[in-house]
Design a protein around this ligand. Structure first.
Ligand SMILES: Cc1ncc(COP(=O)(O)O)c(C=O)c1O
Length: 424
């Protein structure tokens, strides 16, 4: 095609229509993949055969979805489809109409999945970026305090210390009673935070699910308590939650929620989301400042425009949501619970291990930790990985010698059984 003809077609919308067809063909391959998956696994246990849908090395038994997820072929294919399409005419896809529309649709879909409006959801790279944006952008000053616990991940904690120096506010990191975790209830958790909030507290930060012992925090109750005590901003770290448990931001009543869909939502690495409640958006100064900032005034996009981005990865978030919704409709939550219950039953009577995660059903999640009584956790990990292909997270410090297990739907009971035979 001559350059002049191409330009003519672009302005008349014909090329845009052609691009849409290609985009929709990626989507229809994806839809067929979901359909095939449904048919293939209908016969017996839907999840038992799911492993072949992933690119994971056959030698690996993956118990570390809490660190980073692995994406199914169908999602990977959609992602590479977008990447290829983009490379066929980068300028056109990065800034053209078809992908602007696709991006808006993706935002709608992800927002619906998280129970918020599209105007409240920014696309970031990860949770760490979301919290950096909040710590740098909230109007905090001398006399204000930010509160979080020792179970906060550094990605949602470190940035507050950094900006506290600059703006002269204070940060209180209180010690969470980690030894008591197996016996805690929802009410206990709310009490623990309530005791650490003072009249100075302007921001409270807590995880939806923490990465150390895997407590599912009673977000709604915590937010309610914090508001009652006069806290202005409630910020939640959803890194371990999105894709693992249902998230309904409107119901939760929080101001901010940052997450990393590359963990449990099985989205491409480096895809993050940040919810900023509409009413508090004017309070937050954007972290990225670039040309044309004016056009995003009064739009959540002012918090995500850091210049050129990997749009293909962002669009794939929509596929990850569709895939997850399919798994949810097939009983993903029950599957993960059954795996957890099996692991608990397997380890609870073994004198080499001591269970460190919540036992209360309301607080228990698919991320759990056991303390090792005889072996060093690093030594166990080394042996289990090098000789048997198991991947999990060891924690070894002065007062901790534990391993963290985080199993997703395609893990199997046989994998747990084998783990027990080798490590038990
Ligand atoms: C609870 C929690 N918060 C934050 C993070 C940081 O996530 P990211 O590196 O994707 O920003 C992690 C990562 O493991 C996490 O588990």
């Amino acid at each position: 095609m001559k350059r002049r003809d191409f330009l003519k077609q672009t302005s008349s919308g014909i090329t845009a229509a052609a691009a849409l067809t290609t985009l929709s063909s990626i989507q229809s391959v994806f839809a067929n993949n979901l359909l095939r998956l449904e048919k293939q696994n209908n016969k017996d246990d839907y999840f038992a055969n799911l492993r072949t849908e992933y690119l994971l090395n056959n030698e690996i038994t993956y118990f570390n979805h809490g660190s980073i997820g692995t994406i199914p072929r169908a999602i990977h294919e959609a992602h590479t489809g977008y990447l290829k399409l983009c490379e066929s005419n980068p300028w056109f896809y990065m800034w053209g109409e078809p992908w602007a529309k696709a991006l808006a649709e993706t935002r709608e879909k992800v927002a619906e999945f998280l129970g918020c409006s599209a105007g409240e959801l920014a696309f970031t790279h990860n949770t760490t970026e979301g919290f950096n944006l909040l710590a740098s952008g909230l109007p905090l000053k001398a006399g204000d305090e930010v509160v979080f616990s020792s179970l906060n991940h550094a990605g949602a904690g470190q940035c507050w210390f950094h900006h506290a120096k600059e703006k002269d506010f204070s940060v209180k990191k209180f010690e969470f009673p980690i030894q008591e975790v197996p016996n805690l209830s929802k009410e206990d958790i709310v009490d623990i935070y309530a005791k650490n909030i003072s009249e100075k507290t302007r921001v409270v930060v807590f995880p939806h699910i923490d990465n150390l012992v895997g407590i599912r925090y009673p977000v709604k109750e915590l937010a309610k308590m914090a508001r009652k005590k006069g806290v202005q901003y409630v910020a939640v770290d959803g890194a371990q939650a999105v894709g693992m448990v249902d998230v309904n931001l409107q119901e939760m009543g929080v101001d901010f929620y940052a997450a990393s869909p590359h963990k449990w939502l099985q989205a491409p690495k480096g895809t993050g989301v940040l919810y900023i409640r509409k009413e508090v958006q004017p309070d937050v100064k954007p972290m990225w400042v670039t040309w044309g900032q004016e056009r995003w005034k009064n739009s959540v996009r002012i918090f995500e425009d850091y210049g050129t981005r990997n749009l293909a990865a962002t669009l794939t978030l929509g596929n990850a949501v569709d895939f997850q919704s399919k798994l949810n409709s097939k009983g993903a939550a029950q599957r993960r619970k059954a795996l957890r219950d099996t692991f608990y039953q397997t380890l609870k009577n073994n004198s080499k291990f001591s269970w460190r995660s919540p036992l209360d059903a309301d607080l228990a999640t698919s991320l759990y930790t056991v303390e090792l009584k005889e072996t060093s956790s690093r030594a166990l990990f080394k042996e289990m990985f090098e000789k048997h292909g198991y991947v999990f997270r060891p924690f070894e410090s002065e007062n901790r010698n534990a391993i963290r297990l985080s199993l997703n739907v395609f893990n199997t009971f046989e994998e747990i059984d084998r783990f027990n035979k080798i490590a038990g």
